[in-house]
Design a protein around this ligand. Structure first.
Ligand code: FES
Ligand code: FES
Length: 153
Protein backbone atom coordinates (compact mmCIF):
# COMPACT_ATOMS: atom_id res chain seq x y z
CA UNK A 1 0.00 0.00 0.00
CA UNK A 2 1.46 3.35 -1.00
CA UNK A 3 0.71 6.69 0.57
CA UNK A 4 0.59 9.76 -1.64
CA UNK A 5 0.41 13.39 -0.63
CA UNK A 6 -1.68 15.56 -2.92
CA UNK A 7 -2.47 19.24 -2.67
CA UNK A 8 -6.16 19.46 -3.57
CA UNK A 9 -8.08 22.73 -3.58
CA UNK A 10 -5.42 24.31 -1.36
CA UNK A 11 -5.42 21.51 1.23
CA UNK A 12 -2.84 18.83 1.76
CA UNK A 13 -4.42 15.38 1.50
CA UNK A 14 -2.80 12.02 2.20
CA UNK A 15 -4.33 9.14 0.28
CA UNK A 16 -3.56 5.44 0.23
CA UNK A 17 -3.61 3.22 -2.81
CA UNK A 18 -2.52 -0.32 -3.62
CA UNK A 19 -1.76 0.67 -7.18
CA UNK A 20 0.54 3.55 -8.17
CA UNK A 21 -1.29 3.59 -11.51
CA UNK A 22 -4.71 4.07 -9.96
CA UNK A 23 -6.35 6.96 -11.83
CA UNK A 24 -6.42 10.24 -9.94
CA UNK A 25 -10.13 10.43 -10.84
CA UNK A 26 -10.92 7.45 -8.59
CA UNK A 27 -8.90 8.89 -5.73
CA UNK A 28 -10.64 12.27 -5.99
CA UNK A 29 -14.12 10.76 -6.15
CA UNK A 30 -13.80 7.69 -3.92
CA UNK A 31 -11.17 8.65 -1.34
CA UNK A 32 -11.78 12.38 -1.10
CA UNK A 33 -15.49 12.56 -1.97
CA UNK A 34 -14.98 15.18 -4.68
CA UNK A 35 -17.66 14.43 -7.26
CA UNK A 36 -17.10 17.45 -9.54
CA UNK A 37 -14.87 15.41 -11.87
CA UNK A 38 -16.97 12.82 -13.72
CA UNK A 39 -16.21 9.43 -15.20
CA UNK A 40 -17.19 9.61 -18.85
CA UNK A 41 -15.08 7.47 -21.16
CA UNK A 42 -12.13 6.60 -18.90
CA UNK A 43 -9.94 6.87 -21.99
CA UNK A 44 -8.98 10.52 -22.14
CA UNK A 45 -11.42 11.22 -24.94
CA UNK A 46 -14.37 13.12 -23.49
CA UNK A 47 -13.00 15.60 -20.94
CA UNK A 48 -15.62 14.96 -18.24
CA UNK A 49 -12.94 14.12 -15.65
CA UNK A 50 -10.84 17.27 -16.19
CA UNK A 51 -9.07 18.95 -13.27
CA UNK A 52 -6.48 21.73 -13.26
CA UNK A 53 -3.04 20.55 -12.23
CA UNK A 54 -0.26 23.10 -11.83
CA UNK A 55 -2.18 25.44 -14.14
CA UNK A 56 -2.87 22.88 -16.88
CA UNK A 57 -6.19 21.19 -17.67
CA UNK A 58 -5.52 17.45 -17.34
CA UNK A 59 -7.64 14.33 -17.73
CA UNK A 60 -7.73 12.79 -14.29
CA UNK A 61 -8.87 9.41 -15.69
CA UNK A 62 -5.44 9.06 -17.30
CA UNK A 63 -3.33 10.55 -14.51
CA UNK A 64 -1.79 7.93 -12.20
CA UNK A 65 -2.07 8.88 -8.54
CA UNK A 66 1.71 8.43 -8.15
CA UNK A 67 2.32 11.13 -10.78
CA UNK A 68 -0.15 13.50 -9.13
CA UNK A 69 1.71 13.35 -5.82
CA UNK A 70 3.21 16.69 -4.84
CA UNK A 71 1.28 18.55 -7.53
CA UNK A 72 -1.29 21.25 -6.98
CA UNK A 73 -4.75 20.10 -8.09
CA UNK A 74 -7.93 22.13 -8.40
CA UNK A 75 -11.30 20.49 -8.88
CA UNK A 76 -14.66 22.08 -9.61
CA UNK A 77 -15.23 22.28 -5.85
CA UNK A 78 -12.11 24.44 -5.53
CA UNK A 79 -13.45 27.19 -7.78
CA UNK A 80 -16.54 28.17 -5.82
CA UNK A 81 -19.57 26.92 -3.96
CA UNK A 82 -23.27 26.85 -4.87
CA UNK A 83 -23.68 29.87 -2.58
CA UNK A 84 -20.58 31.63 -3.91
CA UNK A 85 -19.79 30.46 -7.45
CA UNK A 86 -16.73 31.94 -9.12
CA UNK A 87 -17.19 34.15 -12.19
CA UNK A 88 -17.00 31.27 -14.64
CA UNK A 89 -19.52 29.18 -12.70
CA UNK A 90 -21.76 32.28 -12.43
CA UNK A 91 -21.51 32.81 -16.18
CA UNK A 92 -22.54 29.19 -16.85
CA UNK A 93 -25.58 29.73 -14.62
CA UNK A 94 -26.42 33.08 -16.25
CA UNK A 95 -26.19 31.59 -19.76
CA UNK A 96 -27.96 28.36 -18.68
CA UNK A 97 -25.04 26.56 -20.32
CA UNK A 98 -26.01 22.99 -19.41
CA UNK A 99 -28.67 20.49 -20.30
CA UNK A 100 -27.84 17.15 -18.64
CA UNK A 101 -24.71 18.77 -17.14
CA UNK A 102 -22.46 15.75 -17.56
CA UNK A 103 -19.87 17.65 -19.58
CA UNK A 104 -20.06 20.79 -17.43
CA UNK A 105 -17.17 19.92 -15.13
CA UNK A 106 -14.82 19.39 -18.05
CA UNK A 107 -15.99 22.51 -19.84
CA UNK A 108 -15.56 24.70 -16.78
CA UNK A 109 -12.19 23.30 -15.68
CA UNK A 110 -10.78 23.48 -19.21
CA UNK A 111 -12.08 27.03 -19.61
CA UNK A 112 -10.69 27.98 -16.19
CA UNK A 113 -7.18 26.92 -17.23
CA UNK A 114 -7.61 28.96 -20.43
CA UNK A 115 -8.80 32.10 -18.59
CA UNK A 116 -5.97 31.79 -16.07
CA UNK A 117 -3.37 32.10 -18.83
CA UNK A 118 -5.44 34.08 -21.38
CA UNK A 119 -7.86 36.34 -19.50
CA UNK A 120 -9.45 37.76 -22.69
CA UNK A 121 -9.61 34.90 -25.19
CA UNK A 122 -11.10 35.24 -28.65
CA UNK A 123 -14.07 33.11 -29.73
CA UNK A 124 -11.66 31.00 -31.78
CA UNK A 125 -9.38 30.43 -28.79
CA UNK A 126 -12.35 29.32 -26.67
CA UNK A 127 -13.56 26.96 -29.39
CA UNK A 128 -10.09 25.51 -29.87
CA UNK A 129 -9.57 24.98 -26.15
CA UNK A 130 -12.92 23.27 -25.65
CA UNK A 131 -12.71 21.18 -28.82
CA UNK A 132 -11.61 18.11 -26.84
CA UNK A 133 -14.54 18.30 -24.43
CA UNK A 134 -17.54 16.41 -25.73
CA UNK A 135 -21.11 17.57 -25.12
CA UNK A 136 -23.71 15.11 -26.31
CA UNK A 137 -26.54 17.60 -25.62
CA UNK A 138 -25.30 20.16 -28.13
CA UNK A 139 -24.95 22.99 -25.61
CA UNK A 140 -21.78 24.34 -27.25
CA UNK A 141 -23.16 27.75 -28.24
CA UNK A 142 -24.22 28.56 -24.69
CA UNK A 143 -20.99 27.19 -23.24
CA UNK A 144 -18.88 29.41 -25.49
CA UNK A 145 -21.08 32.38 -24.59
CA UNK A 146 -20.58 31.63 -20.89
CA UNK A 147 -16.79 31.51 -21.18
CA UNK A 148 -16.76 34.83 -23.06
CA UNK A 149 -19.12 36.34 -20.49
CA UNK A 150 -16.79 35.26 -17.68
CA UNK A 151 -13.82 36.80 -19.52
CA UNK A 152 -15.64 40.15 -19.51
CA UNK A 153 -16.72 39.98 -15.86
S1 FES B 1 -13.44 10.27 -18.42
FE1 FES B 1 -11.52 11.18 -18.66
S2 FES B 1 -11.53 11.96 -20.68
FE2 FES B 1 -13.41 10.85 -20.53
S1 FES C 1 -24.94 19.34 -21.26
FE1 FES C 1 -25.24 17.18 -21.54
S2 FES C 1 -23.33 16.49 -22.24
FE2 FES C 1 -23.12 18.63 -22.25
Amino acid sequence: MGTYTLRVNGREEKVESWDPNQPLLYVLRDNLGLHGPKFGCGLGQCGACTVVMDGQAVRSCLMPVSKAAGRSITTLEGLGTPEKPNRLQSAFIAEQAAQCGYCTNGMIMTAQALLDRTPKPTVEQVKQELAGCLCRCGTHTRIIRAVLRASRA
